[in-house]
Design a protein around this ligand. Sequence first.
Ligand code: SF4
Length: 660
Amino acid sequence: MSDAPEYDPTTTTCPQCAVGCSLRYDEMTGRATGIEGARVNRDGRLCPKGIAAFEGRDEDRLTTPLVRRDGDLEPVSWEVALDRVVDGIEGVRERHGPEALAFLGAPRCTNEENYLLQRIARSLGTNNVDNRARSCHDATAHAMEARLGSGGTTNSLDDLREADAFLVAGANPAERQPIAFDRSMRSAVNDGAALLHLDPRANRTTRLATHHLAPHPGRDALAVALLVRAILDAGLEDGAFVAERTTGFEAFARSMERFDVAADAERAGLDPAAVRAAAETFGGAERAAVVTGTGIEDDEGATPNALLDLLLITGNLGKRGTGMNPFRGLVNEQGASDMGARPDCLPGEAHVSDADARMRVAAEWGVEPPAEPGTAEPALVRSFGEEVRGAFVLGENPAVNRLDDTTSERRFADLDFLAVQDVAPNETTAYADVVLPASAWAEKSGTVTNLDRQVQALRPAASPPGTARHDLDVLCDLGARLTDADFEYDGPSGVFAEMTRVNPLYAGMTFAGVVDGGERWPLPAGASEGTQVLHRERFRTGRRRASFGSMTAIASGAAAGEDESVGEKLVLLTESRVDEGRPTADDATIQVNPADAARLAVADGARVAVESERGTVRLVADVTDDVREGTVFAHASVVDPLVGGGRTLVQMEKSRRRRE
Ligand code: SF4
């Protein structure tokens, strides 16, 4: 008998994070309630973010299309607004070519909306389509795609409960993805599994950890390399797996000879005995899994690649309770990439240079997408007004970008044409020539894909306000006007059906199956449910073997961040932005190690001025051993004004401003 619950028409998927709990809007309280027996939150539990999922949804809504005339945005009919979008995009394309266009999607849009957005972009002749959330796990996804053939979690949440040891690296799932953490890791740890936490800061996940490795910021890759070295020293490698499922071990082993746990642990800021103990736990476990977060992301991908090496050397891929599992943060972060809202891949992780994949798409669309990858979002926005002259932005606010100082007002003002489709005015709509009122989460129907590779249904609990329309309908209208192709679909189910024909990851799924409780990708032909464990017989590259990397750059200290001197300054740690309850100006704190607090004469609870080269914020000092000496931690939303690209260094002193 199926354990799937009876789904009523008001059940939908939580918009607040990538876990994908099922909930319904409770009109009595204005809050969300969980669905007992749901695929993800089986006990019906929601975290506080999910309970508040629908709060404030009607604030500041756009209710009618706007077109800029004489400098001001004025209300117009949909007909006038869509004509203006078509004129703007066609004008840029005719004057500068399709590569002068950019299309930016978002994880807050459904799979079907992201699919249509990239279809429009590629039908117009450009792969300049992206979604910002992709960059949150870009290094990890790229490392996994290059070596395993897929950036999706290798093992399902249910399967992770089988692990005997977890290494959680640069992530805080106990706080950020609490329902997923409780269902997989907490229950396994309660049953005796070990939890190794690799993070420079102690946080809620650390409370459950059996080992905490807190390296200097930027030394995560070195810490992982030392775990591998200690595993080799202890003879805990899985020789049979290395022989049967890997290539390049000899060269990899040579690169490992350059490490000495006792000597290099100091460079990483770690106790050698703690490294060896953690290595023996992970290497000695029958089944060990890695869970990653944004804290290990770096430009070179050194840490995710080192983690893949750790899994290969210990034989922890393609089996139950193992694998490399990026815990994504934003809702539908996985789905937006699966749909091809990225510049390098068509739907289904198929690289744009893959001629078969282009032909598959062309058979549906009647037009072949370009074979050269487009430009990723940060670089696209940097080229606004230069190479890129026109942009269509769906559900994103790229005018606010804490990682890129060059995303200045001038970039947006210099565009020949900008159209934005969103629910409320924001910094980007301020530069738009056309603003299209969009549908909010509670008004959408369609599908999204969670961090567990589960494709789930959204059901509308309300209608868009005023003359606002469903985003899917607007995209269909635009597709039909901008191209010669057929953009008539039978709603989200029609788009989904087409998408399953061009997206091999979703092949075999049906919209009805998703609505009936969810489908996991990939769904093998004839199987009753999607694959829990990837890479069992072959990796998704199609090969039986995966290649080892090299630790040479890490051994020489050339990996990201290791060559930067911080002097007297402090390294600012943050967690990446999520839509969660944010501290107010009065209670926003910054965690400071007692040694730094003593050096700076800052008392616990004192108001401090924290300054980087970008600005100053005033916060309350929380003196704690949770952060190591030389580092401070604050919530991302309150230190946004300080943060730029790369590592952020700050100075701190007692605030001279009196507390209000
Ligand atoms: Fe929503 Fe994520 Fe909380 Fe689940 S864990 S209720 S999906 S915010």
